[in-house]
Structures are given as C-alpha cells and as structure tokens.
Ligand binder design. Structure first.
Ligand code: 13P
Ligand code: SF4
Length: 309
C-alpha cells in the first residue's frame, strides 16, 4: 500500500481521535492499517478499553452494534454501513417468544452474529471462541441456540448435559464449503492439517484436525510444528496467517471462501470516512440504536464477557 495513504490515514485518526477496529475477514490492506485486528470476541473486549472517542469499525453491522452497546457514550462509525451479515437476520423475536412460552428453565443463547433487536430479547451472547465455555457456565437446562444451526450443534456435542433447541440459521460462506472440497484438498496436500471454523457443517468439522474461531485458527497454526494447513473459513484470515508464518503453507479448499459483505470494507472508504468526519454529516454511517434496545441488548453481551472470563 502507498506510504502516503497510510500516513494520511494515521494523521487523520490522530487529529480526529479515532481508533480503527478490523475483523480478520476484511481485506489485508485494511487489516494492515487497523489499530486492532481480531475475531468477534477480541474486538468486543477491545472496544471496551480504547480511549478514543470515535470507533471506526471495519467489519459488518452486528460488530459495530456490539461496540456501541458496550460503549454507549462513544461514536461508532461503520466503514461501510451496507456491510451486513445475512445470518444476523435469520431469527425473529416472535420465534424467540414462541420457544420461551414452550419451555421452562430456558436460556436463549444468541450468537453475536445477530441484530441488536435479537440480543435485546436474549439471555446471553456467545462468539465462536467462547460459546462452549459460556454455555457450560449457564445454569438453565434448556438452551435455545440462535441463529446459527452449525455452531449450535457443535456446542451441543461439547456440552452434552444440556438440552438444545436449534434454529435453522447459517452462514452462506461456511455452509458452502462441502466435505467433498475438503476431501479433495486433503488428497492434494495429504500432510496438511485441516483447520475449520465452527460455522462449517458437521461433515466438514468431522474431517478437521482443529476447530476454532478465526483467532484460534491463527494461534493454532502459529503454535503448530506442522508446516502445511488447509483452511476452512473465510479467506481474509490468510493475510494474518501468512504474516505470522511466512515459512508455512496455507491452502484453501478450492472453493469460494469469500464473504461479500466483509469485502465491502476497503481502504479508500476508510480514508473517505476519516476525511469527512467533522466536516460533513456521516449520520448514515453512525451506529444508532433506540434507548430501549440499548438498555436490553447490552445485558447479554456483558453477561458473555463475565461468563467467558
Ligand atoms: P469469529 O470472529 O468469532 O471467528 O467469527 C467469524 C465470523 O463469521 C464473523 O462474521
Ligand atoms: Fe456473516 Fe458468514 Fe460473512 Fe461472517 S462470514 S459476516 S457469518 S456471512
């Protein structure tokens, strides 16, 4: 990336008191200029500690909403306000009310990939890196896990003493990685380990050597003595994998591991938001939630941070 562009972005950030948080799925050049890069859990924790008055989020909407819920007094801006996770909209408040009416001793566990309105009617949030731990620490016997079916089933296997009610949400990027793709990659690279995100389907998980969040996949590959890895998650993670492990080889499953929403976030848009900030209205980019949603949706997020400690 051009040095002048980086210098300009850094200068604007300093002048306007802005911190940039980026998810591992955005483009490498955006990860390069971000102040903090991580998985959903890390980014929600970091959001509570940064001193800057404005958070510029390089990710999808639910991530910006989480940052706002945990920091109501701060301004949270999205690099691209149209970058949205389809899975976040795959469960309704009506369905949650129906299941609540059906079961006693129920906890509604909502994957952080959900809207603030859904969080507002949930008991606790989880991310892919803490879901097993958080669900194990919940006292209720019945767990309604929303919206991701694959992550829900993965957690249920690890926490067999709970009774799970699943929903049918999914991530189209991870769901489209088929077991056949993984088998073909294994044939091409028989000495590679398969590292997989738990949003993948159970048959892909069954073929894997390690299952974890984006950060956990990067940490596993970095700490491993193995030198070759087949990666079953969105391709954005290849940037950090390669940065941290220039001598190791990382293979895709030969399939479109591409989240079109995360890829809406570009370095030019980062520069544009920073240039306009304070000069013209950026109201369409600002994360704004109703007072009621703010009050209720922060509770399950705070509970997650407590239970995941
Ligand atoms: P993690 O950041 O928890 O690995 O989740 C991946 C994801 O799909 C975010 O959209
Ligand atoms: Fe949503 Fe999947 Fe994209 Fe993550 S990778 S933002 S879960 S569509």
């Amino acid at each position: 990336m051009e040095k002048e562009k980086v210098a300009k972005i850094k200068e604007l950030q300093k002048e306007k008191d802005v911190v940039i948080l980026a998810h591992y799925y955005v483009d490498g050049e955006v990860q390069e200029i971000a102040d903090y890069v991580g998985d959903s859990f890390y980014l929600s924790k970091v959001a509570t500690t940064v001193p800057q008055q404005t958070i510029l989020f390089a990710g999808v909407n639910f991530m910006g909403e989480s940052a706002k819920l945990l920091n109501p007094e701060k301004t949270v801006l999205m690099v691209d306000e149209c970058a949205d996770c389809p899975m976040a909209h795959m469960i309704s408040t009506d369905r949650i009310a129906e299941v609540r009416a059906e079961y006693d001793d129920l906890a509604v566990v909502c994957y952080v990939n959900s809207t603030a309105e859904i969080k507002a009617v949930s008991d606790v949030c989880v991310t892919s890196s803490n879901a097993v731990k958080v669900v194990s620490n919940i006292k209720e016997k019945n767990i309604f896990f929303v919206p991701d079916n694959n992550l829900g089933r993965y957690v249920a296997e690890k926490v067999p003493d709970k009774h799970f009610i699943f929903h049918d949400g999914f991530c189209h990027v991870h769901k489209s990685i088929a077991a056949e793709n993984v088998k073909a990659a294994k044939e091409l690279h028989p000495d590679a380990l398969v590292l997989t995100h738990p949003e993948c389907t159970a048959d892909v998980i069954a073929l894997s050597d390690f299952v974890g969040s984006t950060s956990e996949i990067i940490d596993f590959a970095t700490g491993s003595d193995c030198r070759k890895f087949i990666i079953c998650t969105e391709m954005g993670v290849f940037f950090e994998l390669q940065q941290k492990n220039p001598e190791k080889k990382f293979y895709s499953v030969g399939h479109r591991q591409f989240c079109p929403n995360m890829k809406r976030v570009t370095i030019d848009k980062v520069e544009d938001v920073l240039t306009k900030l304070g000069k013209e209205s950026l109201s369409e980019k600002e994360v704004e939630l109703s007072a009621e949603v703010m009050e209720h949706a922060a509770v399950p997020l705070q509970r997650m941070l407590e239970l995941a400690k």
